[in-house]
Design a binder for this molecule. Sequence first.
Ligand code: F6R
Length: 638
Amino acid sequence: MRISEFGHAEGSFGLGFGLRLPPMCGIVGYVGSQSALDVVMAGLKRLEYRGYDSAGVAVLADGGLAAAKKAGKLINLEKELVDRPLPTGTTGIGHTRWATHGGPTDANAHPHLDNAGRVAVVHNGIIENFAALRAELEERGHALASETDTEVVAHLLAEEFSSCADPAEAMRLVCRRLEGAFTLVAVHADEPDVVVGARRNSPLVVGVGEGEAFLASDVAAFIAHTRSAIELGQDQVVELRRDSVTVTGFDGRPADVRSYHIDWDASAAEKGGYDYFMLKEIAEQPKAVADTLLGRIDDSGSLTLDEVRISAAELREVDKVVIIACGTAFHAGLIAKYAIEHWTRIPCEVELASEFRYRDPILDPRTLVIAISQSGETMDTLMALRHAREQGSKVLAICNTNGSTIPRESDAVLYTHAGPEVAVASTKAFLTQLVACYLVALYLGQVRGTKWGDEIDAVIRDLSQISGEVERVLETMEPVRALARTLASKNTVLFLGRHVGYPVALEGALKLKELAYMHAEGFAAGELKHGPIALIEEDLPVVVVVPSPRGRSVLHDKIVSNIQEIRARGARTIVIAEEGDETVVPYADHLIRIPATPTLLQPLVATVPLQVFACELATARGNEVDQPRNLAKSVTVE
Ligand code: F6R
């Protein structure tokens, strides 16, 4: 494909000898008339959420190539560029890296160069046959300077370019020799107005501007410059020039690609006056929830999910639902199970995507698999959905990122409209995943006739109130913040819940672990007596999510007993209970009120105080809220 005018990008990694350091990473590439260094550095800032173990840039200038790279956060690279400025050029690439283990060093940071210093490459993924390629290159006299797998690509590109003098062809020839998952972006000093990229598995998006083009792992990197984007498919190579974008398969044949308009603007990815993206994203939840509901009900009042391209007839045949997801998205799935089974009477299993395909799950064409993912790039979820499709099951993706790999590979997709989520800890994506799951459950109930129209209307009316209720919760969070600050020196916090409150407890514990680096565990309250109650000691903070007394009151009564049991053993009880629930008052050392909601929808309001609690504790402990240690936003390796 060739498009007159305009461009893309993607991420990297580092590998030790015999020691895999799989990367996740953000990649940026630019060709145009602005300072490439400025554009690339600004793009990397937007992508730092993808990894922050090291960063690097390369620009083409004065007939040559200049590069800088530094271990640690982007700020270290910024300082390096002040001390040792690079020449100004209008073509460049950059990289911010995340490694799962191993020590990130300056030498292992990207970009990697060939021996003549004419080629620079950044990479996201793992080149599985790098050891053989490296041995081969060394035999031919190449000297490799790092422990990464990426560096072989720079040397191979240099060799291929020396015979074909075409950067895109050199990239195609090299890609055909690589095994594993990789996305690459490269420049060659002999072609100063060209950036080439290649995509296998990890994301790479082209941004098309006026006389300029961009490549990035995520549109956030170039949204300040253009809203016109092109999505690259699997095994495609792209050549960017100022006024053209050419996409081919690894085999050199012209490729079909999808152009699209990015419908959120740069300010959506800015902090907007908040200290952290996480605070901003927590505050955006009322809008995100409302946006996800928007346009789902047609004029006749019935539910229409246009993006669901699985026919009603097929949905009527479904005899089992399996939800696959990771982390916070998995918790959304656990809650969805209650709604799906209650509203549709279809058995529903929820499985960690990373475990799914290894246990030989029983799947067939009558199984509906729901893959939940904010990023749409989580490798564990992607691999699980591929496995499900190979077994003949239909896959419906619930996803927040337009055009990402998981929705692209699914039979149908329901997008959440949370807007860009930048903080590594997921907040607004979670609430919108819940809304999307409720919608899917209602839709199944509608097409299968297990729920009457008026029953669906009633739930939709309740859901449309939720945005306002979340707003009300947010207005009353100051005591939660004050409480969190008093617990900053604690080592452990436990979370208990029953029914849909149990996954909420798991989510509260996950948020606290990842942000405050504290030992935190979520339990089903009824399970406590089977072992975990031994953990209770004097003044141990225990957060309890109390179900509505108006719903299944037996659940409520039981959890009130659980609160008494732990309090009798010295726990400091932090009770999250509905307004008007007076039975919990005598047993709550701290009481957090949430609005009354229908039982199944309570997670939408009960999770919010736990997000605020974790964020405040992280701040009080001096942790980096948006970029917790060892984590990355998008986990593109298994
Ligand atoms: C936790 C968190 C992670 C993600 C998980 C799945 O706050 O953000 O647990 O939920 O890595 O990511 P997605 O939803 O992008 O597939």
